[in-house]
Ligand binder design. Structure first.
Ligand code: C5P
Length: 398
């Protein structure tokens, strides 16, 4: 996702600097090049040797290091990156940035650059809440600086509240969002995926064979086109899409409420294989084998999430896409399903065992809309996802 992107990582002096080591690894794993810059205070918390070992690049340390200036001047250094990440962003460095000060390498780079900047603040809760820091935050936001966090939580100083730096993976996600290019930038899309598990008792459940592969691939393809994706998934085997806001659920009812809480979106794609029924009253304790006979399970119908969202009035996403896995009369059944549920598009596929689609890596789908049906040739699930994402982009953006 970040292949060959150049990130200048400014590490300021705070206890959260240790998380920046992990951040370097996570960025490198995703193909990014990371050039580290340490403030003097940062060197009290992490060593130049550890950051340069992890990044595989020289750690830049001081404005007046003449070797560095000969090697790569600070102006060039500040502009050679695709993104500057400041993590941890201390109150002090934020104040310097807000005032346009340039009295060390980090602040000079930040003043000299025309590259986008993302700051992950980290400081004591009172420092964060202080009117001066809040004023600086407003100024920097108005200047176009992006922020991720801080989070609420226990702090190294023993206090609790906002000021704790977000975790490295949250920074990676923010980096991906800031760097996203593509037609869906600025659009929010919700994707449901995977099976649901409906409990029988605390140890048993009803499930289905959905792997979540198609849903993950669709979410990933939408992210690649720049969308912000909210990924609501049941307990699926497939790898989670990178860069999505992840909401993990178990049951259909949990999935419905997660969806309803996240509906201010431009489109919603319902890939999940939601169980049609749940056990009406799941037992609180494990059902025992008895000599008296077999247990009888009474079922209740699960909410139809796709139909509920498709048929809502105010707040209905402008584009609602459903899936129809059928084994007989695929097009006819899926066309009727589109009308019955009230969604805009149905992606229909034949999941008869002979097709090998369920659990396989390929899919053969037909896209059904009010314009009719369009059969796509059999292709990989990732290609289906990319084609569908491109179609969604065309429809939303034109
Ligand atoms: O009715 P059927 O299960 O075939 O419909 C499939 C489509 O409806 C899929 O898009 C699936 O995600 C969605 N669905 C749902 N909630 C249900 C059942 C299906 O959102 N309870």
């Amino acid at each position: 996702m970040l292949t060959d992107k150049r990130i200048l990582l400014i590490i300021a002096g705070g206890i959260a600097a240790y998380k920046s080591l992990e951040l370097i690894r996570r960025l490198r794993e995703r193909g990014a090049w990371v050039t580290p810059v340490l403030t003097r205070a940062a060197e009290e918390f992490v060593t130049p040797l550890s950051v340069s070992s992890l990044s595989g690049e020289k750690a830049y340390r001081d404005l007046f290091d003449l070797t560095d200036e000969a090697d790569m001047g600070h102006i060039q250094l500040s502009r050679s990156a695709d993104l500057i990440v400041v993590a941890p962003g201390t109150a002090d460095l934020m104040a310097k940035m807000a005032l346009g000060m340039a009295n060390d390498l980090a602040s000079t780079l930040l003043l000299a650059t025309d590259t986008p900047v993302l700051v992950a603040p980290a400081m004591n809760v009172r420092m964060w809440d202080h009117p001066a820091t809040q004023r600086n935050l407003r100024q920097l936001t108005a200047d176009g600086i992006a922020f991720v966090g801080p989070n609420d939580g226990d702090m190294a100083c023993g206090e609790f509240g906002p000021g704790r730096m977000v975790e490295p993976m949250e920074i990676v996600q923010a980096v991906q969002e800031v760097m996203a290019e593509g037609p869906l930038q600025g659009r929010r899309i919700l994707v449901t995926s995977g099976p649901t598990h409906e409990p029988i008792d605390p140890v048993r459940y009803i499930a289905n064979r959905s792997s979540g592969a198609q849903g993950s691939a669709i979410a990933q393809a939408l992210i690649k086109l720049g969308a912000e994706v909210i990924f609501v998934t049941g307990p699926a085997d497939a790898a989670r899409p990178e860069g999505a806001t992840l909401i993990e659920v178990e049951t259909a009812q949990e999935m419905l409420s997660a969806v309803q809480q996240n509906l201010s979106v431009d489109a919603a794609v319902f890939c999940a294989a939601v169980a049609d029924w749940r056990v009406a009253s799941a037992s609180d304790s494990k059902i025992k084998k008895t000599k008296g006979g077999l247990p009888v399970l009474a079922f209740a119908e699960n909410p139809d999430i796709l139909a509920t969202v498709s048929q809502m009035g105010d707040g209905r996403p402008p584009l609602v896409v459903g899936f129809a896995a059928e084994t007989d009369d695929v097009i006819e059944n899926a066309t009727a399903k589109r009308i019955r549920k009230g969604c805009d598009w149905i992606v229909a596929n034949d999941v008869s065992p002979a097709t090998g689609i369920m659990g396989g890596s390929e899919n053969a789908v037909t896209l059904i809309s009010d314009a009719g049906s369009e059969a796509w040739p059999r292709m990989g699930k990732v290609e289906v996802a990319e084609k569908l994402a491109a179609r969604i982009a065309e429809t939303l953006v034109g």
